[in-house]
Design a protein around this ligand. Structure first.
Ligand code: EPZ
Length: 422
């Protein structure tokens, strides 16, 4: 098993470039199945989830080429002319949540799809009922048996769908299924995350007619076929937020380049409330902190509220805050596994259901901790950099699913972090 060895305390100081967004590139890659023409995607982060999505596309019949390009990120070419299989192998489905994004495109392209339940971070049950309800509304017949889901249609037809919850994945899956349906589809209570707008932009670059992404009402006018597209992935707003918190937590000064300040407004507001100095440029953000952070309350909400994917990182900051903070996780049922690990580092945290009460301590101590999910793992790394002494972060494969060159970027900012195999 791979691990990080971290010696603290260190201040994070310097400049770091955010990679392309994991949660944007994965649905965009799935959407290439909707066309028979070549697609080129730039600033693709080299992450395990991208490799798994590439494997899925190749299993379906696509030709996929990942190209190491210059410092400005990597490019990916997908040639989906030969999509011949409608089945996503279980061993690939189980590796990540995003594998479910193949349902909409395969249904639209081939009229059938066979998948198993997707994998993903252990942050609570990850149902897909909203995905299936939307696809049924579009005219798919869906049967679930022996752990498999088979969906078939003799042609998807536009309809009106009202999501019970603004699910990011369900919004994306329904959008992709609807672009080749007959007629118009309206998605109400749609997710408003920037990754939804990103998918709309990519679909429209292929010739689709999607409007309204970024609002809670998305309108898709079905077209007969799609063409080729070239697209550059937006910066990863959660990676940006993670480095912002790292600067505040270590009392450093970090400038993040290749970012969209608008996408991290909620994180900026909370860091300013906690006493950090945040300066926004056109495509940069600089966070500087000299004093101990103030304790603040946080509640995670759908975008543009405070992102659930930043909850573990802000909890790390509150561990050393001056005062007591209350953190409420409204999106996922059990996304506090990192609290137990912070306690091993000397944090004072009590969790009750979806609420965590964090009583700030002057500093954390290095410890050996276990990673159980992507963002909790990243938060533990930040805590290890700020803590006094050596920390060993076990099972870092979770982290490397979502952070490209994480240890390399942190070393570039002055962290004493090394990767090692046990
Ligand atoms: C996406 O997951 C992200 N993953 C998650 O990021 C992120 O935390 C989440 O959106 C919320 O922002 C990707 O984009 C690959 P949801 P997704 O559907 O689509 C419930 C990371 O760390 N729900 O918006 O799975 C669900 O249980 C990952 O990068 C249903 O009940 O999130 C959850 O409580 C972690 N039925 C809530 O909605 C459904 O059919 C939000 O889920 C679907 C979801």
């Amino acid at each position: 098993m791979e691990r990080y060895i971290i010696a603290g305390p260190r201040k994070l100081v310097g400049k770091v470039r955010a990679s392309g967004a994991k949660n944007a590139v994965l649905p965009v890659m799935a959407a290439t199945v909707l066309t028979r023409h070549c697609c080129i995607i730039h600033d693709v982060p080299y992450l395990k989830d991208v490799y798994v999505m590439s494997d899925i596309l190749q299993t379906l019949g696509c030709a996929v080429e990942l190209m190491k390009s210059s410092t400005e990120g990597n490019s990916l070419i997908v040639d989906p002319i030969r999509v011949v299989s409608h089945e996503v192998p279980e061993e690939l489905m189980r590796q990540m949540r995003s594998s479910i994004f193949l349902m909409g495109p395969l249904l639209a392209r081939l009229g059938r799809v066979k998948v198993s339940y997707p994998g993903g971070c252990a942050i609570g049950p990850r149902p897909i009922d909203l995905h299936l309800r939307g696809l049924r509304a579009l005219g798919a017949t869906i049967t679930e048996r022996a752990g498999y889901i088979v969906a078939e249609t003799d042609g998807l037809r536009g309809c009106e769908i009202h999501l019970d919850f603004p699910s990011v994945g369900a919004t994306e899956n329904i959008m992709m299924a609807a672009v080749l349906a007959k007629g118009t589809t309206i998605i109400r209570n749609a997710a408003k995350e920037p990754e939804i707008t990103e998918l709309q932009n990519f679909l429209n670059a292929m010739g689709a007619k999607v409007k309204g992404a970024g609002t809670d009402l998305i309108r898709v006018e079905g077209v007969d076929e799609l063409g080729p597209a070239e697209h550059t992935v937006i910066p990863d707003r959660i990676e940006v937020g993670t480095f912002m918190v790292g600067a505040a937590l270590t009392g450093g000064c970090v400038e993040i380049i290749n970012c969209i300040p608008e996408h991290v407004q909620a994180v900026t507001a909370k860091l300013r409330e906690a006493g950090a100095k945040v300066t926004e440029g056109k495509s940069t953000i600089t966070v500087e902190a000299n004093d101990r952070p103030l304790a603040i309350d946080i509640k995670t909400l759908p975008y543009p509220g405070f992102p659930t994917d930043m909850q573990p990182q802000i909890m790390a900051l509150m561990c050393i805050a001056n005062g007591t903070s209350v953190i409420t996780e409204t999106i996922f049922e059990s996304r506090f596994k990192h609290a137990e690990e912070f306690r091993r580092m000397g944090a004072k945290i009590r969790t009750e259901g979806r609420v965590a009460v964090v009583k700030g301590v002057p500093s954390l101590s290095g410890a050996s901790v276990e990673v159980s999910d992507l963002r909790g793992g990243a938060a533990l790394v930040l805590a290890g950099i700020a803590a006094e002494g050596v920390s060993v972060i076990e099972d870092i494969h979770h982290i490397e699913r979502g952070y490209e060159k994480f240890d390399e970027k942190l070393r570039g900012l002055g962290a004493a972090i090394e990767r090692s195999s046990r």
